[in-house]
Design a protein around this ligand. Structure first.
Ligand code: ADP
Ligand code: MG
Length: 766
């Protein structure tokens, strides 16, 4: 750092070249303490932002304090006494004064307060005054120390920094170092062109930096914060959009043969046969095969996918649709578009049960389709779908793999087994990832490197978890999003009841529905960390129900510890109707589709999160008639069983929705009731996700969404939606005007420092 602002308009990021030891009063010990806080250089220091602010004009004058009314007081310490009481107890009495009067604070058993609070310190204290012998006093108030003894600050608004008790660094230490650093830095250059700042009503960088630390008033704090968050978002968006623009210029994708429908969806938004996007012959045939018509939302999604697939660069699209909205069909259409041009498709799903189900459904829908084949007499062969899981017998596995490599398999459905190196395609054209939150980014991208010609297959990810657009835009490396916001017609909202204390009404409903030829699920809770314990609990419940409340009905059992064949046999018995009630663990959680199932009973429902309960409930209500969901159990009755529950995710390198906190982890019991009530009130996954956020607070979402060590210090992709949008617009305009990050030494240095090269690489992946 220059001694006094010699070079004008230095770039902010150059402050990383200066160690904080260049500042006055920072010796070895403090250097280490700051290092522990992640502050090594002057840049780190000036981006160590205040935790909060105190506005002295808003605090109460001592003369106006009222007994029993919670208040904040800004005052000077005028007297400190440490009193030793009997035993080892202590009391620190502190007198605070302002120009209107004095008040006493007492701290019990906190002798260190005598060192912390020195005469002539300026402090904020907050608490409820009580009356003691005509004196108002505060006992054990919350204290923020603002100014060192004798500092007599003049500004109204005071920044409070995250402090380090242990290292003994106070908020005024930070204030001192930062103001010295800012003074010596002087004006910093602004990477955002002036006309953008004017258009977007943003303050310049120098103003922002100074006013986040020593603001004239709260409005200045707001303006400063807005600008700094904007910068955080801009850096991400520039990376993402630039990469996207590069991809779009490249020819790294496969240009699929789809005819994109040019007409708008029908006015009443319901597609009828004939209005379906006949984006290719195979999709046209599929439409004829269906005994229902697609929803307008499905048509729109297929249209968007077809357009993406017809382009010469890889598709990167997320299909978001509530449980039961018909995402599978949309995925199948994408596979057919690929197949039309002779390319293969892969569907990656999280569980064997789901793989089996997708495999059957797909095979069934395309059973009469044929593909050109010059080796046969007719010049055709049947369309071929195969299933690959860890339970596929060795011999069939070998055959499937060799036919896949030879190009005789058109669609491959499977679990993590698809990710094995042996799985070679002749020409992989599209990868579909179902229930995408179960997979890590690396797993998802593994398949996309499977082409020998260096081209990148299209990617379609499907999820029932509503992800805010801003998150999809930032965290998932700029996925385009199609939303299926319409349910197939005739779906009746599932009636949901929370039976806290008695379960008989649920069993009565089960018996009743079974007598009408319908079916039911009974979901057993997760009782421990191990699948074996869970399986045993399901077995016990199976016996209890068979010999008790559901005696006489035909009951099946499925859990994660069963072999694949047994699992499939159980599912098949249920699907065919041979078994009317299926007792299961959460293995049925995602995707399972049995339309005759009209009741689901979820035991100890409070152990599950909202998202998971909504997924489970989505197993019923698929047939068109009325369905029921019963949530059993009362969290309050089972204290001591509040063991933390985590999702069974196999992915190692997962950056998933769970990491964002959107997927529910079991938390404290008091919130459990609120979750169950939310489920009873709503059938709408998007609404529930919002409710979920309210119950848990936003903090949980942003926590780990941080892309890189310091890239989102102030901003939150959820809370600051509008700034994400604004930054994106700004980045788009800059790029359109020929801006390139690599030609901008300042921003590219910021990006590599804050986002980190590897992390930037991750963000840009795909
Ligand atoms: P999800 O979006 O949860 O994956 P699925 O794709 O499993 O939903 O679809 C749920 C059920 O709805 C399936 O039985 C499917 O055949 C049926 N379905 C899909 N689209 C329609 C439609 N347009 N009209 C009627 N039923 C549909
Ligand atoms: Mg599904």
């Amino acid at each position: 750092m220059s001694p006094d602002n010699l070079d004008r308009d230095r770039s902010l990021i150059r402050l990383t070249d200066h160690s904080v030891s260049e500042l006055k009063g920072i010796g070895k010990k403090i250097l280490t303490a700051l290092g522990d806080l992640g502050i090594n250089n002057v840049y780190d220091l000036v981006t160590h932002y205040p935790r909060t602010y105190r506005d002295s004009s808003r605090s109460t004058r001592i003369a106006n304090l009222q007994e029993g009314v919670e208040t904040t007081v800004f005052a000077l310490v005028t007297k400190v006494d440490l009193v030793r009481l009997s035993g080892r107890r202590t009391m620190v009495n502190v007198e605070l004064s302002d120009e209107t009067g004095s008040i006493r604070c007492s701290f019990f058993n906190q002798p260190w307060r005598a060192r912390q609070l020195q005469v002539d310190c300026e402090v904020y204290v907050a608490g409820k005054p009580t009356k003691y012998k005509n004196w108002l006093s505060l006992s054990n108030p919350v204290v923020d120390i603002i100014g060192r003894p004798g500092s007599r600050r003049t500004g109204r608004v005071v920044a409070i920094y995250p402090q380090s008790e242990k290292a003994g660094i106070t908020t005024w230490d930070f204030e001192g170092w930062i103001s010295e650093a800012l003074r010596r830095t002087g004006k910093v250059s602004d990477p955002v062109p002036g006309e953008f700042l004017a258009d977007y009503h943003l303050v310049d960088r120098t103003y922002a930096l100074h006013n986040i630390h020593s603001p004239a008033n709260m409005k200045a704090v707001y303006l400063a914060k807005t600008r700094l968050i904007f910068d955080e978002m801009l850096r991400l968006q520039l990376c993402l959009l630039e990469r996207k623009a590069e991809l779009e210029k490249s020819n790294t994708g496969i240009t699929h043969l789809s005819r994109v429908a040019s007409r708008a969806p029908s006015p009443d938004n319901r597609a009828r046969v004939g209005e379906i996007p006949v984006v290719c012959d195979l999709v046209g045939r599929l439409v004829e095969t269906l005994d229902f018509s697609m929803t307008g939302a499905q048509v729109r999604a297929i249209d968007e996918i077809a357009q993406d697939m017809a382009r010469p660069y890889p598709m990167h699209r997320l299909v978001q649709g509530d449980v039961g909205s018909g995402k599978t069909l949309v995925a199948l259409c994408a596979m057919l578009i690929a197949a039309q041009g002779g390319h293969q498709g892969a569907i990656l799903v999280p569980t064997e049960i789901l793989a089996e189900q997708h495999y059957r459904a797909t095979r069934n829908l395309v059973k009469e389709f044929s593909m050109p084949d010059s080796n046969t007499l007719t010049g055709e062969r049947p369309f071929r779908v195969e299933l690959l899981t860890s339970s596929t017998p060795q011999a069939s596995r070998k055959k499937i793999l060799s036919d896949l490599a030879g190009g005789y398999v058109d669609a491959l459905v499977g679990t993590h087994s698809l990710l094995s190196d042996e799985v070679r395609f002749q020409s992989l054209g599209i990868v579909v990832v179902d229930e995408q939150h179960r997979f890590g980014v690396n797993q998802r991208d593994t398949l996309r490197t499977r082409r020998s010609d260096g081209k990148i297959p299209d990617l379609l990810v499907m999820t029932a978890t509503p992800i805010p657009r801003t998150v999809a835009m930032t965290v998932f490396g700029d996925l385009d999003v199609s939303v299926i916001d319409e349910m197939p017609p005739g779906r009746v909202p599932i009636e949901t009841a929370w039976l806290a204390l008695e379960e008989e009404p649920a069993w009565e409903r089960v018996r009743d529905e079974v007598s009408k030829g319908n079916q039911a699920y009974v979901v057993c809770p997760l009782v421990g960390p191990s699948g074996a314990i869970e399986a045993r609990a399901a077995q016990e419940e199976y016996h209890r129900l068979t010999n008790g409340p559901l005696g006489g009905l035909s009951i099946g059992l499925v859990h994660g510890q069963m072999g694949a064949r047994d699992k499939e046999a159980s599912m098949e018995a249920f699907r065919s109707g041979e078994v009317s009630v299926l007792v299961s663990t959460t293995v049925i959680e995602v995707g399972v589709d049995v339309p005759a199932a009209t009741v689901i009973v979820i035991e100890d429902a409070w152990r599950f999160g909202i998202a998971q309960l909504h997924q489970l409930r989505g197993r019923v209500g698929r047939g068109g008639g009325q369905s029921w969901c019963y949530l059993l159990g009362d969290p309050a009755q089972k204290p001591g069983q509040s063991a933390k529950r985590t999702q069974d995710v196999r992915g190692k390198d997962r950056i998933s929705i769970e990491d964002l906190g959107l997927e529910f982890l079991q938390d404290d019991l008091s919130k459990a009731g609120a979750r169950l009530m939310a489920l009873c009130k709503s059938n709408d996954g998007f609404l529930l996700a919002e409710e979920d956020l309210k119950i848990r607070g936003e903090g949980t979402i942003t926590g780990s969404s941080q892309a890189g060590k310091g890239s989102l210090k102030l901003g939150s992709v959820i809370r600051d939606k509008h700034l994400v949008q604004l930054a994106r617009e700004c980045a788009r305009e800059m790029i359109e005007q020929g801006y390139k990050v690599q030609d901008d030494p300042e921003l590219s240095a910021e990006i590599s420092y804050l986002i980190g090269d590897s992390r930037a690489g991750y963000l840009l992946k795909g």
